[in-house]
Design a protein around this ligand. Structure first.
Ligand SMILES: NC(=O)c1ccc[n+]([C@@H]2O[C@H](COP(=O)([O-])OP(=O)(O)OC[C@H]3O[C@@H](n4cnc5c(N)ncnc54)[C@H](OP(=O)(O)O)[C@@H]3O)[C@@H](O)[C@H]2O)c1
Length: 274
């Protein structure tokens, strides 16, 4: 099925969760969708899958070139591939921190650099970067994850201003908790096991995090937001998606004094000062 407003869409990390829900919905709505995964994956009913590891320049370039060779253009990119590195900041090794940034931040940068020349040539395009509410507020024991998403937020704010004169739009989507495989795919810092000074606190916080994830919204809700963005002529800097309580909590950051907001976050995770 295709319609006159059909777009060519590239979605990274479409083998599960939010990316897969986006590929299914956008494909079903008549867009020409290419999803990516690091592994060879079967095509979906309404979308094709390509191999792409966002941590490798050549892999990103190959996948983008394959779409351009087949379709002649890429109208929309959804930079979604990502994972969570969990552990106290002190326990995360520099190598682990690099891996987190390499996927969640440099991965997006690689894809943007690969698609922008063709978007500029078309003088149109839309880049949707999947951030997180953790990209607006630092979360305990997910410091490197928050850092990667804060970096993505800054990059996208700058990028928007640079590409606007070429008719290209860029935006951020900040989901709260979403029920996906994020829990199974979470990587724990090697030093966060027995022997870590943070072990007890980390275990307690992780329990809260996992309970919240289990109560999260369905990935299809994020996909509906992404679909609605593909239909806009102009997009805002960022959009939040999630339970009302989480959206309100995030809004509190702009209204409350920083220490008060921090206290609120700490109390949610059962943390207190000495
Ligand atoms: N779930 C949440 O509560 C939540 C909340 C806020 C933001 N987010 C963000 O939403 C995005 C999607 O997460 P999700 O919850 O849908 O997680 P998920 O179910 O674990 O899916 C993650 C996807 O990313 C891909 N991926 C991971 N590392 C990759 C790499 N190096 N190269 C290419 N693809 C890679 C995986 O594909 P392969 O393993 O097949 O390569 C998979 O398709 C992430 O950016 C995450 O930070 C999630």
């Amino acid at each position: 099925m295709s319609n006159s407003r059909s777009r060519v869409v590239l979605i990274t990390g479409a083998s599960s969760g939010i990316g897969q829900a986006c590929a299914e919905l956008l494909g079903a709505k008549g867009h020409v969708v290419y999803g990516t995964s690091r592994r060879p994956s079967p095509d979906g009913e309404h979308y094709k899958m390509l191999e792409m590891d966002v941590t490798r320049d050549d892999s990103v370039q190959r996948a983008v070139e394959a779409v351009l060779a087949r379709e002649g253009r890429i109208d929309v990119v959804v930079n979604n591939a990502g994972f969570v590195m969990a552990g106290a900041v002190e326990d995360v090794s520099i190598e682990e921190a690099r891996q987190q940034l390499d996927t969640n931040f440099f991965g997006v940068l690689r894809v943007c650099k690969a698609v922008l020349p063709s978007m500029r040539a078309c003088r149109s395009g839309l880049i949707i970067n999947i951030s997180s509410m953790g990209g607006a507020a630092g979360l305990p024991f997910q410091g490197l994850y928050s850092a990667s998403k804060f970096a993505l937020e800054g990059l996208t704010e700058s990028l928007r201003q640079e590409v606007a004169p070429f008719g290209i739009e860029a935006t951020l989507v900040q989901p709260g908790d979403v029920r996906t495989r994020v829990r199974e795919n979470r990587v724990r810092a090697r030093e966060s096991g027995p022997g870590s000074a943070y072990r007890e606190l980390f275990t307690k916080v992780l329990k809260t995090v996992e309970a919240e994830e289990g109560e999260g919204i369905a990935p299809q809700a994020v996909a509906r937001k992404v679909l609605s963005l593909t239909e806009k002529r102009r997009v805002r800097v960022r959009y939040t998606v999630g339970h009302l309580s989480q959206r309100v909590a995030l809004m509190a950051k702009t209204l409350l004094p920083s220490r008060t907001f921090e206290q609120l976050v700490m109390s949610i995770y059962g943390l207190s000062r000495r």
